[in-house]
Design a protein around this ligand. Structure first.
Ligand SMILES: *Cc1c(COP(=O)(O)O)cnc(C)c1O
Length: 356
């Protein structure tokens, strides 16, 4: 039976991506052929938002978290004192990264069901300057698409570092207007590749001179970038993941890039939101606050996540629980990956049965 992953990554693979994985060449990462593949994919990732003029992409072998940690622990100077906006698990994880690195920072937290506390960010910046404002674009905890345009206004000139792991390729990210110095993402969410490869899209200007000491042998962004520009990655990269990502990017471009993908997600997500609301599982956030990529839903009365999960899993659908205090009350459905309208209709029929 076909399994359809409705969790926020890894995603259900298309046949084309799976075939690329199975039939791609065995490559050594010190061959020219590999160097060409890597340079091509890096360029195409930079071009997802048309940034090749002034930004550059660095691959980080690891999950999305590795890319975020590489970005924030490399680009923030020792006396940077960044302001971190937190309204979910992933914002809290960035705070944990600064703590682990022993980097002074300020945490501006709002409730997990609330938007970023913009006045508090402004207040923190007024109290003392910061090298960066750091935030999560799509807070996957609740499915909220944080308003980065408003954050940029509040930051008024202080550059942003963005965890765009669950939005890159599926939502608008206006790097230049929002003054984004760097954003981190992964192959296996909105780009529909396989896990194992994160990346950081950063302004060339900020990559050209190091701001702080080397804080990690493996994750140092400058060293990784320099090695990749020179055509020879620092360490063994996830070669097969890169081959699969190349195929996924072909598919991405043919589907109309991020705008095409966002359109597809919006449509599918809308189908789930409407149907589930009618079946006693209303979306947690109103349409205007929710991302196109994922929605959180209240668990129907009297139905635990475990019961719902196993019922749907038996029919080939994998749903995703709430995290921490939301575990008892919500579940989540992401529409990224090779999910069709027919999959959505089948899911809704199974869900209706489960609720009955
Ligand atoms: C998935 C995700 C991550 C990274 O998770 P990994 O398991 O390390 O890939 C980071 N931030 C957000 C917002 C995410 O959705």
């Amino acid at each position: 039976m076909k399994r359809r992953l409705l969790n926020p990554g890894p995603v259900t693979l298309s046949d084309r991506v799976r075939d690329a994985l199975a039939t791609g060449p065995d490559l050594c990462h010190r061959e020219d052929r590999y160097a060409k593949l890597e340079a091509g994919v890096r360029h195409r990732l930079t071009e997802v938002y048309g940034l090749a003029d002034s930004y550059s992409t660095t691959l980080i072998t690891g999950s999305g978290t590795a890319a975020v940690e590489s970005m924030v622990t490399s680009l923030v100077p020792t006396d940077g004192n960044p302001v971190v906006a937190v309204n979910g698990v992933y914002g809290a994880r960035i705070v944990a990264m600064f703590e682990a690195a022993g980097l002074k920072h300020r945490r501006v937290e709002s409730g997990w069901l609330e938007p970023i506390d913009f006045p508090a960010v402004a207040g923190a910046l007024a109290e003392a300057p910061a090298s960066h404002v750091v935030a999560v674009h799509h807070e996957t905890t609740t499915g909220r698409l944080n308003d980065i345009s408003q954050l940029a206004q509040v930051a008024s000139g202080t550059p942003l570092l963005l965890d765009a792991v669950s939005s890159f390729g599926g939502e608008e990210i206006d790097f230049q207007r929002w003054n984004i110095e760097a954003a981190a993402a992964t192959a296996n969410k909105c780009l529909h590749g396989i896990p194992g490869l994160g990346f950081v899209v950063a302004a060339e200007a900020s990559l050209s001179s190091r701001r702080g000491p080397v804080r990690s042998v493996y994750l140092d962004l400058y060293r990784n970038h320099e090695a990749q520009v020179a055509g020879s990655p620092q360490f063994t990269p996830a070669v097969q993941t890169l081959v699969a990502l190349e195929a996924a990017l072909d598919e991405f471009i043919e589907g109309g890039g991020w705008e095409g993908r966002r359109g597809r997600y919006r449509r599918l997500n809308g189908v789930f939101r409407k149907a589930l609301a009618e079946l006693g599982a209303p979306p947690l956030l109103p349409d205007g606050d929710a991302s196109a990529v994922l929605s959180a839903y209240s668990l129907p009365e009297g139905l635990s996540f475990e019961t719902l999960f196993s019922r749907l899993e038996a029919a080939g659908f994998v749903i995703y629980p709430g995290q921490r205090e939301l575990y008892q009350t919500i579940f989540r459905i992401a529409v990224m990956g090779d999910i069709t309208d027919q999959d959505a209709q089948e899911f809704i029929a199974e869900f209706a049965d489960a609720v009955r």
